[in-house]
Design a binder for this molecule. Sequence first.
Ligand code: MD3
Ligand code: FE
Length: 216
Amino acid sequence: MTMDLFEQASPEPRAEPLCEGAVVLRRFADTSGAELLAGIERVAKQVPFRQMQTPGGHTMSVAMTCCGDWGWVTDRQGYRYQHQDPVSGVPWPAMPDVFNALATGAAETAGYASFQPDSCLINRYSPGAKMGLHQDRDEEDFDQPIVSVSLGVPATFQFGGLLRGNRPQRVPLAHGDVVVWGGPARLRYHGVLTLKTSDHPLTGSYRYNLTFRRAR
Ligand code: MD3
Ligand code: FE
């Protein structure tokens, strides 16, 4: 009886297949959450979060920064990976060791033993921010998976099909949840619904998402 209560209060990480190629590792990053947030703070001190412009001229509601060899950027010229922060011209900060360890560990758990990310995009959602349905296809090798880590306030993730018109399923993602997307799931459309106002003990009203990729 007492054990049941304990397990509910502090569940073990568990793997939840979403579809062929995609798996949610619930709470996989729970114990490293505070360290990951310290890493975000360190990166953002060097390269502050900013809301970038889409090629169409809209300002994204999600604020972003990057670390690792390659950072993902967008402006009127288009989407691309760059060695340097376009604002300051300096190279992106190195990936904190705890980021790399978490990403490779999650990929390995999902069956991708040789994943070595060279890029980490850090997304920061404040209440009202969202990310419309899109594909991640600015990377060179779609055989490489993507690892995503959710931190802070919960969000509803939209997971669609290979066509923009396919009705997406909704997947709740909470603090510490890690998702690995590969194989036939790699090019599926996805997005994040408008973030609701709520409060998390470690992040306040923010949700952070780390997206680890092999860009080149
Ligand atoms: C499904 N970020 O930065 S990560 C992005 O929560 C992005 O901030 C979202 O989509 C976020 O591009 C979702 C989850 C994700 C990342 C890549 C995928 C889901 C994916 C690639 C294929 C299918
Ligand atoms: Fe994406």
